[in-house]
Design a protein around this ligand. Structure first.
Ligand SMILES: Cc1cc2nc3c(=O)[nH]c(=O)nc-3n(C[C@H](O)[C@H](O)[C@H](O)COP(=O)(O)O)c2cc1C
Length: 166
């Protein structure tokens, strides 16, 4: 069987996900990156993972800073997802171009305004896996808000449809 990356991407794209922005403080500037390879790992201790391409700037920042935020986007934040997936973005234009504004947590981590959930993460371990690294982090704090999520399915953004009942 000769499976190519495009078929693999298609299969993985069939798994609908939410969308997050990983945020890191870089000496007062916010570095954010759109990521959907995010999952819960453990309840005791509280661990999550995010898989990050070794060629991204975020990869180096997570190794260096060892602390980051995960911001789960709501349905109105598509422009923010698109902005933080662009390689040419800058800290200065995030608010004017995408409407992204941030508060700082007590650890100085950037927390996105209006996201559905925020997780304050401290790096626990990092495991190289092919061209990505699995960053596992301990969750020290969370903020959860009401609202509907932004979804990503087969390369397109979606919103939650009808409620199918209990
Ligand atoms: C919906 C969506 C999900 C993404 N998920 C990931 C991901 O989980 N891991 C990753 O490494 N890149 C992911 N990307 C790509 C990065 O956002 C993109 O490569 C970004 O420009 C990297 O930024 P950086 O080089 O500043 O770190 C995703 C992009 C989109 C649009």
């Amino acid at each position: 069987m000769s499976l190519n990356p495009s078929e693999f991407r298609k299969a993985m794209g069939s798994f609908a996900t939410g969308v997050t922005i990983i945020t890191v403080d870089l000496d007062g500037e916010v570095h954010g990156m759109t990521a959907n390879a995010f999952a819960s790992v453990s309840l005791d201790p509280l661990l999550v993972l995010v898989c990050v391409d070794a060629n991204t700037r975020t990869h180096a920042h997570l190794h260096a800073k060892k602390r980051f935020g995960i911001n789960v986007l709501c349905e109105g934040q598509r422009a923010i997802s698109e902005y933080y997936a662009r390689p040419d973005r800058s800290h200065e234009h995030a608010e004017t171009e995408a409407g992204a504004r941030f508060d700082r947590t007590k650890h100085g981590t950037p927390m996105l305004h209006g996201s559905l959930a925020y997780l304050e993460c401290r790096l626990h371990s990092a495991e190289e896996a092919g061209d990505h690294t699995i960053f596992i982090a301990e969750v020290e704090d969370v903020v959860v808000r009401e609202g509907e999520p932004l979804l990503f399915f087969r390369g397109k953004y979606r919103e939650v449809g009808e409620d199918v009942g209990e």
